[in-house]
Ligand binder design. Sequence first.
Ligand code: PMP
Length: 405
Amino acid sequence: GEFWDGIPSVAEDEMFAMITTFKKDPFPKKVNLGAGVYRDEDGKSWVLPAVKKAHALLIDSPDLNHEYLPIAGLAEFTNSAAKLMFTEESDVIKRGQVVSTQTISGTGANHLGASFLSRFYLFNGERQVYISRPTWVNHHAIFANVDITPVEYPYYNAETRGIDFDEMLSTMNSAPDRSIFVLHACAHNPTGLDPSREQWTAIADIMLAKGHYAFFDAAYQGFATGDLDNDAWAVREFARRGIAMLVCQSFAKNAGLYGERVGALHVVCKDDQATKKLKNQLSLITRVEFSTPPAYGAKLVNFILNDAPLYEEWRRNIRTMAGRLIEVRKELYRLLTEELKTPGNWDHVINQIGMFSFTGISEAQSKRLREEFHIYLAKNGRISLAGLNTKNIKYFAESLDTVVR
Ligand code: PMP
């Protein structure tokens, strides 16, 4: 009895609980703007044509089997994934400085990266990591889970609805030397606000001067601008400048492989000796947690990355997704500002990028949208634009208009 009584209750995860409630809601005009999952114009989940072709190639392949992958994953996949992130011509790749390990999507990459730092990073004082305020909620728990305390750096300014850049830089300046900073490589979740290239350069200057460590979370490569290379600019620039760093890479969003859990952790090492040591250390962690990663999704992405026509098709598919989200932004902006004349400034709807819009509405307004209008979104006012389409956008805009008046 006592053992069971001692287990404290915890709330269900906000986003996953919302998916269940949404499914049960019988209201015909219900809208799901919760989780960051791409939907097509008909509100359906989209199997990317490039992925469909890769799947056909895979199941017809005479080499298809269901053997274990190595602990560090499918080497051809992780090597190609590293090149996608850093480019083949980058010094870190050419010099063999990058250790790449296959992970359980981006979440697993974050966890493995955090575990690695928890074990080996030479913390300067407190065992802490700086994360943006706000950030993907899971960052808090992922670091706390490996005994690293998350502390926040200013990022979003609610008044300007922009990046609190001076505050961010001053926190980076006053942080102890060699602090770890989690940076969203592109399409910041939840704000949809990325630093400009000039701002990234200023961040890099400080990171170098202070010896800070960059923990890049790249969950949305391709979703910010529609272009995989543009969206990797900050990561590549930091690598070029020799900033100590790792990158968490996910193929959930840009390949639409959410449930297949395809990702990689790339750690930039000092030299090839460090690389060898680290590879085995990371494998030690993986071995006790899940032994070896799932094979199917990694094989699909590997086909796409190593077949020129498929790769081009994938890039077009990404442009299709990113392009639709940009159209949704424009239409939402038009409805609010021109048609409904909704009070307030809505420029942020078109200025933000990526999958989300951080609407700036209050928790009470968000609750009203959910309870009165059956529009499901995060409490913090973040909406996933992918849930909007020509059939429901007007209903959403009108409901939003009602709750902010
Ligand atoms: N990082 C960020 C910032 C995210 O938004 C997400 C997805 N919500 C992830 C990592 C991880 O996603 P996944 O594990 O599905 O790749």
